[in-house]
Design a protein. Structure first.
Length: 691
């Protein structure tokens, strides 16, 4: 059975990203001070540092959550800033503007998630050397049954199969039969020299057309010149097949025509079909993460480098997912149409290979088609990109070119409004009073996705009435008929709401084909819970129910955290059967996502900054709008690293004091909660008083 949420194996095995025993909190780590509640605030600081300490830039999937959580603490000099700036500048985009996933290797799309594997869905492949990633390798083969024309083979090495090519060389694996639906891409992992001016291509035969023919041909580019000794990393050539007119029915043969001059050499590591495992959210998270990084650092050189890449990423996204035409994210990638890979016909389970591929964090749920979660992210990204474009226009001294790719901020905001209006209705389930997601057949899928609904509130995608409806369901005052978890049981796991509240036996990628074998709550994506998404739960509570209720929920989380630490940590705590629950992580499936690959756990403590203090960075300073519970006389957060300043901020019901300035060439702009606040500036402090 497939194990889920598998992150970079080499990181899990060799880096500090696996949570270690609690270390002393450095003195320069931000402090949180609330008179009368200092014990809780110390626990919150401990929770924050526990997940901050191992944090660092990861793959694009985490770009929305990690920068905003880790850039503001003034600790360790500028190391975190440098790490994020360098990470975003080095994020690879392919030739059309798609941000590559950068996960570890598997046998799916080379630019996407490492699974589903071709072996899991009726594909075909020939692997002469392994990936080196445990659990993702296919069986190794020899080239004995290949048909080689004008090729002299050598012995297979640990890098692959070396082939010396005479002119006009061709290589064809043995015959097979594979459904074209299960083979939307071909993937060739290889090295080559002598192909610089070649135009290699693939030809194929089918059951209906058993002969090779130019009618069934697709060209691809040769790799950069270099054999394994010179280029340790192989080229991973992806060849799109699903839109080729002749790629249909049963595919029976493949032939690689190298179109080469004499003297060329190649080393083939593997050649196989591949499912389209690309992540739909990459471009959006890349843009939003860059926005957060610039807002905290005020690094104009960084933004100057990134803006053409951000514009390219957005252009690709709008075009590829037809967002202007549909006012939502409309996904037609093979396997990403939002349909399930499991269906029940007359009570019998049918596995539909190739269907239900995930495209976001929730990697076994078939969000796609008219993708609700991605549309919420798209809405937020439009507004953030509009803000960047507006600030660039206001600041010609930043010297950031506009050009034909630049976006009109007013147009982006108008489009965002249309997205909210259309998608807010399209994805709303009037029967349950919450959001679901819609496949390309028009079917709405609703399993009580708490993450989707909380994020819809947090990103101001939900209307006020929708937000009230969602919160009444989540706080248990409104029971949704048919749900497995209702009332207080939605918060059964204490640290976060269940990811879903309705038992899901039939809405998955086909590779997760036996959901009934795991009890509800023992799979993160079916009644389990993830600590990081408590952040959006707290934000939505704060927005709808107010700071008093949000502080109560936070207290519950901190009580749970203190208990886990007294027990010796998360894993020691849940090793005690009396606490229930099974932890996921490190290639082991489970119901609770807290550590190891659940890096987004660092999000939750940030509710104190972005929620209760209401502080958000801007390119010119900050906006601030505190939301203090009635029994908090004040809230102070120290060592906030904003632009080139390290600040302390104290808020009460009627005053906000910002201290810690040092002389700077760039003035600090403050956006108060509203026009009733008066701003007073001195040499080293700014005070806001409510009139």
């Amino acid at each position: 059975m497939l194990r889920l949420r598998l992150l970079l194996a080499f990181l899990l095995l060799s880096s500090p990203l696996v949570a270690a025993p609690a270390a002393p909190i450095p003195d320069d780590f931000p402090r949180i001070i609330v008179p009368g509640h200092q014990g809780e605030m110390d626990s919150l600081r401990a929770l924050f540092y526990h997940h901050y300490a191992p944090a660092q830039p990861l793959i694009p999937l985490w770009d929305e959550w990690m920068p905003q959580s880790t850039l503001w603490p003034a600790i360790n000099g500028n190391s975190m800033r440098h790490a994020w700036i360098n990470s975003f500048k080095s994020r690879p985009l392919n030739s059309v503007g798609y941000v590559l996933t950068q996960q570890h290797d598997g046998t799916a799309h080379a630019e996407g998630w490492p699974f589903p594997l071709w072996q899991q869905g009726g594909g075909i492949g020939w692997h002469f050397a392994g990936t080196g990633i445990h659990g993702y390798d296919a069986p190794l083969v020899k080239g004995d049954n290949w048909t080689l024309t004008n090729i002299t083979p050598a012995a297979i090495t640990n890098r692959g199969w070396p082939l010396a090519l005479a002119a006009d060389a061709m290589a064809s694996p043995p015959a097979f039969s594979v459904d074209a639906k299960y083979s939307p891409w071909l993937r060739l992992n290889w090295w080559a020299t002598g192909l610089d001016n070649s135009n290699p291509y693939i030809e194929w035969t089918t059951a209906d057309h058993p002969d090779f023919s130019p009618d069934r041909r697709v060209y691809f580019s040769p790799p950069p010149t270099g054999l394994p000794d010179a280029l340790p990393g192989e080229s991973r050539t992806m060849i799109s097949m699903s839109k080729q007119p002749g790629w249909k029915g049963a595919i029976t043969r493949l032939r690689i025509h190298f179109d080469n001059p004499p003297g060329a050499q190649v080393v083939i590591k593997s050649f196989h079909t591949a499912f389209d495992s690309r992540q739909i959210v990459n471009n959006l998270n890349f843009i939003r993460g860059t926005y957060d990084t610039f807002a905290w650092t005020d690094d104009y050189a960084f933004l100057r480098y990134q803006m053409p890449r951000l514009r390219s990423a957005m252009h690709y996204f709008m075009t590829e997912f037809q967002t202007r035409q549909h006012n939502c994210v409309y996904t037609t990638w093979p396997g990403h149409d939002g349909r399930s890979g499991l269906v029940y016909i007359n009570g019998k389970k049918v596995v539909n290979y190739g269907d239900g591929i995930g495209g976001n964090y929730w990697d076994i749920l078939p969000f796609g088609g008219e993708d609700a979660l991605c549309t919420v992210y798209y809405y937020d990204t439009l507004l953030k990109l509009a803000d960047l474009e507006e600030q660039i226009a206001k600041h010609p001294e930043w010297n950031i070119p506009g050009g034909f790719q630049a976006y009109d901020p007013a147009d982006l905001r108008a489009h965002a409004a249309r997205v909210k209006e259309y998608a807010g209705k399209r994805f709303w389930n009037a029967d349950t009073g919450r959001f679901g997601t819609v496949d390309l057949q028009g079917h709405l899928h609703d399993y009580g996705f708490t993450f989707l609904n909380n994020e819809a509130i947090a990103f101001h995608f939900a209307t006020a009435d929708q937000a009230q409806s969602i919160r009444s369901w989540l706080d248990g005052t409104r029971i949704v008929a048919g749900d497995t978890s209702t009332g207080s049981d939605i918060y059964h796991w204490r640290f976060a709401p269940r990811s879903t509240t309705k038992r899901n036996l039939d809405y998955y990628v086909w590779a997760w084909s036996s959901p009934e074998s795991i009890p509800f709550g023992s799979q993160v994506q079916d009644g389990g819970a993830v600590l990081g998404w408590s952040y959006y739960d707290l934000l939505s509570i704060l927005s709808v129910d107010g700071p008093d209720r949000a502080s109560e929920r936070l207290s519950d989380i901190l009580t749970w955290f203190d208990e886990t630490q007294k027990a010796g940590g998360y894993r020691a705590y849940y090793a005690d059967p009396s606490h229930g629950g099974s932890m996921q992580g490190g290639n082991v499936a489970g119901g609770l996502g807290l550590d190891r690959e659940f890096f987004e756990s660092v999000l939750t403590p940030n509710i104190i900054l972005y929620g209760f203090l209401g502080l958000h960075p801007t390119p010119s300073g900050i906006s601030i709008n505190p939301h203090l519970p009635k029994d908090w006389p004040s809230l102070t957060i120290t060592r906030i690293h904003l632009h080139d300043q390290v600040l302390s901020v104290t808020a009460t019901a009627s005053r906000i004091a910002i201290t810690g300035f040092h002389p700077s060439d760039t003035p600090l702009d403050i956006q108060p909660p509203d026009s009733t606040w008066h701003i007073t500036r001195t040499d080293d402090a700014i005070t806001l008083d409510k009139n």
